[in-house]
Design a protein. Structure first.
Length: 98
């Protein structure tokens, strides 16, 4: 019997689901959002854009912007007692209000 595949978006049906009124293209302000080094951001995966998408385990976590890499940002996130580095595009990031 063949094994079931466990790809990058395995078990994300409810995690990445959008409400009907939020479907479609996202706004330009979210695409063109810029962050400075040291800013705190929340990683919220935008399911309609696959490029620069972080792994599902980091969805909803808060991190600090460490570096700017081309169009993407390197974000340091505390996960599992260690500091992990996540590379994500700005459409998958939001400013932290806390």
């Amino acid at each position: 019997m063949p094994r079931k595949s466990k790809g990058y978006r395995f078990r994300t049906r409810s995690l990445f689901k959008k409400k009907p009124r939020q479907r479609g293209k996202i706004g330009l302000s979210r695409l063109l959002q810029s962050y400075k080094i040291g800013d705190r951001v929340v990683i919220t995966v935008e399911p309609s854009i696959h490029k620069g998408m972080p792994h599902k385990r980091f969805h909803g976590s808060v991190g600090v912007v460490k570096q700017h890499r081309g169009r993407s940002y390197m974000v340091a996130v505390a996960a599992g007692g260690k500091e992990k580095q996540v590379i994500a595009r700005p459409e998958h990031l939001r400013p932290f209000k806390g």
